[in-house]
Design a protein around this ligand. Structure first.
Ligand code: SF4
Length: 735
């Protein structure tokens, strides 16, 4: 047997159809000893993927011949890797002492398809009991998917929203030829969703086929991590067209799809397996998604029009057959806005000119200078630091004065030139391609968008979307049903409005955590309001933080609206606990370091983490096991009054009469709610959340909190904190 035959045999045994696995197992079972030794011998010539498969297959056979042969290999092979693998497999076989004769009952379920699995969706909840609030949420999801409506749901941390949304959605979809798309922006949430499906399948033998879909670029085995997405798309397209991508050439998806179906793999596991089998991971995942009951994907897979078309086309699905669950939905408006956010700076123009130094590119080079000349001419009367709105036509008119071809032709030339450059060996970026993409977008719609010219030393132009419903509405309108859910989705009407969802059910669920485990305090008499800022105020805030710190036994996190304010307060702070400070541009590893320091300090009197609102330490970080016993929010992170913010306020004033709320107040309050949510992460966590700014008691801000938030107003928060941690029988206020 040569390595290819060995590999095929092993793959059939592991991932083949029922028939393929039965016949492969039979072949090996009945094989003469020399077949086994051939198999082992083949390992010496094989690559790592083949070795791994062969070893695992031998482990599946698990009989004495494999043990004998492998024991020999474990002692005698020249390769340390093979010796190690063989020894491990022998150990496993001896421990289990089982053989594979028939595919297991659980595996048979996978081959019976959607209908059989659908019958099993009743009662597929993956945990022992349904929590408080969870049942209500599940019932609402069930009703919404049945009626084909929309649910916008504030689902507090601890309810277990992933399982609670997935179970009823699958219960309906699998009996009604629909597909669930679970959308999330975070890899950690992809994992939670996949793990939830694994639990359901394990516990109920439900045979649910889940596919974990991340971006084509993230799944691509080539070295493309640094490219802008459109640069990558050009490169990928070129490689596919000219046949230079070895992964794309391989179209034998069958075995890999079977494996994804059988094993419910995370995206990175799919990528790894596909790389070993030399097949494009993204195309394989889409192929698998054709049969999937649930697809775990990112927001842009459905909200970017081009990507949505491609995903639906490749998976053979129609938008009206989708049940869309948007997780962490408070992020969706900004994520959709980011889909249309383009800027041309002096730097991009210079880089594009310098990459086109070859004489053949002289005409393009000269036309690129037309962009620069147009921007300079438009900004000639602006002072440094000024910004103003411009129209699409203003730029095009100015450019026309110096372009050798018309605008549309120039865009095409840039894209074509960029594509050509990206085909050059070792080139991963083309600024000409970037410019082509931005100028194409510049020609887009006017309503609900803004074009801004800035003069920050050198002029720059940007084109942004203000109203995400321009993109999102058609997705929600088209889908069979949708659920937008988050632990901080108040006020819910705003999210429905921003997404263009009409007639949605808005629902707020009760936190399952005991209310006596959480104390909420607003401190009047302090503020970061611009007109009240000054040394005296910063000292007052610093002193209050110090006083609170003395009365908290464990860790504290203090979050500020900006690094500037954080540093001003830090100058006057005096805390005995170890101070940990979040800095601009920290890497993932550095942030993990901060978490580790908090964990170390937890039982040694605690530390104080200083960070910013809207940053990753105040949003999305899970401080598990009561890692924070106190969260202090200093001030309200209202946006700077930039032209873009003014335009946003003006737009929503005209559209809904809610400009200040939707463009200014509510986004800031969402940052506050996110930070507050870092404190209590489980039903056994206890903690105090202190809001240091008198404005929080104003109705304008108070209305943004969930209904079950009951605050104490106190200028001496440290006394309440002391009692909370000292007595242990706290009763929250009822009003
Ligand atoms: S076809 Fe697949 S593997 Fe090839 S470049 Fe594109 S994404 Fe990467």
């Amino acid at each position: 047997m040569n390595p290819e035959e060995t590999d095929l045999l092993c793959r059939n045994l592991k991932y083949g159809t029922v028939e393929e696995r039965q016949s492969a197992a039979k072949l090996l079972e009945n094989a003469e000893p020399f077949v086994i030794s051939d198999l082992i011998k083949a390992l010496d010539d094989a690559d790592y993927g083949v070795i791994k498969n062969a070893m695992e297959s031998l482990s599946i056979i698990g009989d004495f011949r494999a043990v004998d042969a492998l024991s020999k290999v474990a002692k005698e092979s020249d390769s340390a890797l093979i010796r190690k693998l063989a020894a491990k497999v022998v150990q496993e076989i001896e421990k289990r002492d089982v053989g594979v004769k028939e595919p297991k009952e659980t595996e048979k379920k996978h081959t019976t398809g959607k209908t059989d699995a659908a019958k099993k969706t009743e009662g597929i909840f993956p945990f022992d009991e349904v929590r408080a609030g969870q049942r209500e949420f599940m019932e609402d999801v069930g009703k919404i998917v049945e009626s084909g409506g929309h649910l916008v749901a504030h689902v507090p941390t601890g309810i277990g929203k992933t399982a609670a949304a997935i179970v009823p959605a699958l219960g309906f979809s699998m009996n009604n030829e629909k597909t669930v798309f679970f959308l999330t922006s975070k890899m950690s949430q992809h994992k939670i969703a996949i793990e939830t499906i694994k639990k359901i399948n394990k516990r109920h033998n439900a045979g649910i086929f889940a596919v974990d879909l991340i971006g084509r670029q993230a799944m691509c085995p080539h070295d493309v991590g640094d490219l802008y997405s459109w640069e990558f798309m050009l490169l990928c397209k070129a490689r596919r067209e000219e046949g230079s991508c070895k992964y794309f050439k391989n179209k034998h998806y069958g075995q890999m799809v079977e494996m994804i179906k059988r094993q419910t793999l995370h995206a990175e596991e799919i990528k790894k397996e596909c790389m070993q089998s030399c097949i494009c991971p993204y195309d394989t995942t889409l192929e698998a998604a054709k049969q999937a009951d649930i697809v775990i994907a990112d927001y842009y897979h459905l909200f970017s029009q081009d990507i949505r078309k491609n995903v639906l086309h490749k998976t053979g699905k129609e938008i009206e057959d989708l049940i869309i669950i948007v997780d962490e939905a408070h992020n969706l408006p900004d994520r959709v806005r980011n889909l249309l956010d383009y800027t041309i700076t002096d730097y991009i123009i210079k880089q594009a000119v310098s990459e086109l130094q070859a004489p053949a590119y002289a005409p393009v080079r000269s036309d690129i200078r037309a962009i620069s000349l147009a921007m300079k001419s438009l900004a000639k009367d602006m002072k440094a630091g000024e910004e103003r709105r411009i129209t699409k036509e203003e730029l095009k008119r100015e450019m026309d004065k110096n372009l050798s071809v018309d605008y549309d032709k120039f865009v095409k030339v840039l894209k074509k030139t960029g594509k050509k450059l990206l085909e050059e060996k070792d080139r991963h970026r083309s600024y000409a391609a970037d410019l082509g993409e931005i100028l194409r977008a510049w020609d887009g719609p006017d309503t609900g968008t803004v074009r801004i010219l800035q003069n920050m030393g050198a002029p720059s132009i940007s084109y942004k979307i203000l109203d995400p419903s321009l993109i999102a509405r058609e997705v929600f309108d088209g889908a069979h049903a949708s659920v937008m859910m988050s632990g901080t989705l108040t006020p819910m009407q705003m999210y429905a409005d921003l997404m263009g969802i009409t007639g949605a059910k808005l629902a707020e669920y009760q936190s399952p955590f005991p209310p006596e485990n959480r104390m909420l305090i607003i401190v009047p008499g302090v503020t970061t309001k611009f007109t009240s800022r000054g040394d005296e105020m910063f000292r007052k805030i610093a002193k209050s933080i110090g006083d609170i710190s003395e009365n908290v036994p464990g860790n504290i996190a203090v979050f500020f609206p900006s690094y500037y304010l954080m540093n001003e307060v830090l100058n006057g702070i005096g805390v005995e606990k170890q101070a940990l400070v979040e800095e601009r541009g920290m890497t993932k590893e550095m942030k993990t370091g901060l978490l580790n320091s908090l964990a170390d300090a937890k039982e040694k009197g605690g530390a104080v983490l200083f960070g910013v609102l809207g940053g990753s330490m105040s949003e999305g970080t899970d401080y598990a096991d009561n890692l924070l016993e106190c969260v202090i929010v200093v001030g309200i992170p209202l946006a700077k009054p930039t032209l873009e913010v003014d335009c946003l306020i003006e737009y929503y004033d005209k559209k809904l009469g809610r400009g200040r709320d939707y463009g200014y107040v509510f986004p800031a309050m969402n940052n506050v709610l996110q930070a507050m949510g870092r404190c209590i992460r489980s039903e056994t966590d206890r903690g105090v959340i202190v809001l240091m700014d008198e404005r929080f008691k104003w109705q304008n801000y108070m209305r943004c909190f969930p209904k079950d938030y009951k605050f104490i107003l106190s200028e001496k928060p440290e006394e309440h904190v002391k009692r909370f941690f000292g007595q242990g029988n706290y009763k929250p206020p009822t009003q």
